[in-house]
Write a protein that binds this ligand. Structure first.
Ligand code: SAH
Length: 250
């Protein structure tokens, strides 16, 4: 038998079979990637709409904050049964009576501390880990404390699986802050306290900023921006909010 030549003339059936096979492979691979990718187009489109209509439209301008809100896959922080609501304009339950904050509030709080790439930031109230991930997209190190062990453990695993290497989660009462890692350029408190915990003020760097909802639990609280300048503390009221209560360990 004559040896087969591995060449195809233009227009020959072998060439068309080759092209067809290659195209099928490419299409198949693309489909596989689309199905397997955790952030499918549906979520990406919703996230884009969320940033445009809920966040930028309400006045959040900081490019780093907007970039982070576009980058973090919020649906990865939401319980399975509520995935369709992941990009809605409201807080959502995450179990244990706690909530993941409304996207706009996360963005406004992030912008308010003026996060910079070299910053070390403390968060009190890890919850789902979403706010920590937003901060981790912008700053060098995020230290986050959660008082409910199950939530803290889940958030730690989730953040690790998503590849965040610059976030440390501690299970503790955040009232005492994280003295070993202090001082912090900024502190973000995501549970409503009746007053600003003095240890947190102490652990704020000179020139640093803290954002914290202050007020009675289960009522409307005031989001306060705290600044430490020349050893003096100044506070400014930003907007009324409703957060879950800041608890104390027994
Ligand atoms: N930042 C979270 C939302 C937080 S909800 C997110 O992005 O999903 C508030 C969280 O604060 C709850 O998980 C609650 O358990 C936690 N919390 C309340 N009091 C606390 C305290 N004293 N120390 C640490 N965490 C606390």
């Amino acid at each position: 038998m004559a040896p087969q030549k591995n060449t195809s003339r233009p227009g020959s059936p072998a060439l068309w079979v080759g092209i067809f096979t290659a195209l099928t492979c490419i299409l198949g691979c693309a489909l596989l990637i689309a199905v397997a990718a955790p952030d499918d187009g549906r979520h990406t489109a919703r996230r884009e709409a969320m940033v445009r209509s809920q966040i930028a439209a309400r006045g959040v301008k900081d490019p780093a904050t907007l970039r982070a809100m576009r980058a973090v896959q919020r649906h990865r922080f939401i319980p399975e049964g509520r995935l369709d609501d992941a990009y809605d304009d409201r807080p959502l339950p995450i179990g244990y009576g706690q909530t993941i904050s409304q996207p706009y509030i996360v963005a406004a709080m992030t912008e308010s501390i003026r996060p910079r790439p070299e910053h070390r930031v403390l968060e009190i109230g890890t919850g789902s880990g979403y706010q920590a991930a937003i901060l981790a997209e912008i700053v060098a190190n995020v230290y986050t404390i959660e008082i409910i062990p199950e939530l803290g453990g889940t958030a730690r695993d989730r953040l690790r699986n998503l590849g965040y290497k610059n976030v440390e989660v501690r299970i503790a009462d955040g009232y005492d802050g994280w003295p070993e890692q202090s001082p912090f350029d900024a502190i973000v408190v995501t549970a409503a306290a009746e007053y600003i915990p003095p240890p947190l003020l102490k652990q704020l760097k000179e020139g640093g900023r803290m954002i914290i909802p202050v007020g009675a639990p289960f009522f409307t609280q005031m989001l306060m921006l705290v600044e430490k300048k020349g050893g003096q503390i100044t506070t400014r009221q930003l907007m009324p909010v409703m957060f879950v209560p800041f608890r104390r360990s027994p």
